[in-house]
Design a protein around this ligand. Structure first.
Ligand SMILES: Cc1ncc(C[n+]2csc(CCOP(=O)(O)OP(=O)(O)O)c2C)c(N)n1
Ligand code: SF4
Ligand SMILES: [Mg+2]
Length: 278
């Protein structure tokens, strides 16, 4: 088996949910390699934040993007080298605050990349400022009196952006998360795995997730209606149950396929034109 560990010292806080996520990601990559994916064709693009240190702990090709801007980097890599299996790791601050337009447009164009959102619901590396998915009332450096805003539901936004694969795992349910990641990698087109990732230092919701997160059964992931029902079951604020699993999956041409088709047709037109005038 390929060695995926590195010798970088791990600087995550003891007990951080990112450890479980890393274990799941390693398991998924090992499984992909065992079933024939060449290790050199696996590329990891990370953002900036606690989550993004994952690049340091994985012995695969990787690239650090700018905060909130890792998605377009991955899209460019995939377009230039279609053989790549391109994973993007980013946090909620990056994906849902600073870089939300990139997320929406990547889902809309169905880029064949795998986006993994390590969602701890705070800007963790910068010590706990509130993000778009922080619970109302969160007290932190940027909201000393408690956040007065309702959180958004990012999966509803992805659905409205025509994402073709939407799922949610939990960092402490490692095997379940591993399976979702493997499945997302197999998907042709834009795939999204939200990982609920407790930040034990700035928003420790581990006990809540341990009690409320459950593996939902979805017998028809191609149904928008069923997916939305599951997605709306938890609004990121309530004490309701939190469904996990594959919520939505449909097949449609990826951005790269469509782009290639346009390119081939254009080349044929140019060739024909040159032949006519030679
Ligand atoms: C453009 C830009 N703005 C702000 C920062 C400072 N910054 C670095 S990490 C970070 C927090 C990241 O939060 P999130 O994306 O949720 O990742 P987490 O640390 O929670 O995993 C911020 C604000 C930056 N590096 N670049
Ligand atoms: S600050 Fe939070 S997210 Fe960052 S390493 Fe510590 S526990 Fe993990
Ligand atoms: Mg965060």
């Amino acid at each position: 088996m390929e060695k995926l560990d590195t010798n970088c010292p791990n600087t995550w806080c003891p007990g951080c949910g990112n450890f479980g996520a890393l274990q799941a990601v390693k398991g998924a990559i090992e499984e992909m390699i065992a079933s024939g994916t060449a290790k050199e064709n696996i590329a990891v693009v990370t953002d900036i934040g606690c989550n993004s240190k994952i690049a340091d702990y994985l012995n695969v090709n990787s690239f650090y993007g700018l905060h909130g801007r890792s998605i377009p980097v991955a899209e460019g890599m995939k377009l230039a080298n279609p053989k790549l299996q391109t994973f993007v790791f980013l946090g909620d601050g990056a994906a849902l605050d600073e870089g939300i337009s990139h997320l929406i447009h990547s889902a809309k164009r169905n880029s064949d990349i795998n986006v993994i959102l390590l969602n701890n619901r705070v800007f963790a590396l910068t010590t706990g400022q509130f993000t778009a998915v922080s619970p109302k009332g969160l007290k932190g450096k940027s909201t000393p009196e408690g956040s007065i805003e309702d959180p958004i539901n990012p999966l509803e936004i992805l659905m409205a952006s025509n994402a073709s694969f939407i799922s949610r795992g939990y960092a402490l349910k490692v095997q379940h998360l591993k399976k979702l990641i493997v499945e997302s990698a197999k998907h042709k087109g834009f795939s999204f795995v939200e990982v609920l990732q407790p930040c034990v230092s700035f928003l420790n919701n581990m006990q809540f997730y341990n009690e409320k997160a459950y593996e939902a059964v979805n017998d028809d992931p191609s149904s928008k209606e069923k997916a939305l029902k599951l997605i709306k079951e938890w609004d990121y604020d309530s004490e309701e149950k939190v469904p996990l699993g594959l919520f939505y999956k449909i097949q449609k041409p990826s951005y790269e396929e469509l782009m290639n088709k346009v390119k081939t047709e254009k080349e044929a037109d140019i060739l024909e034109c040159l032949q006519k005038h030679s």
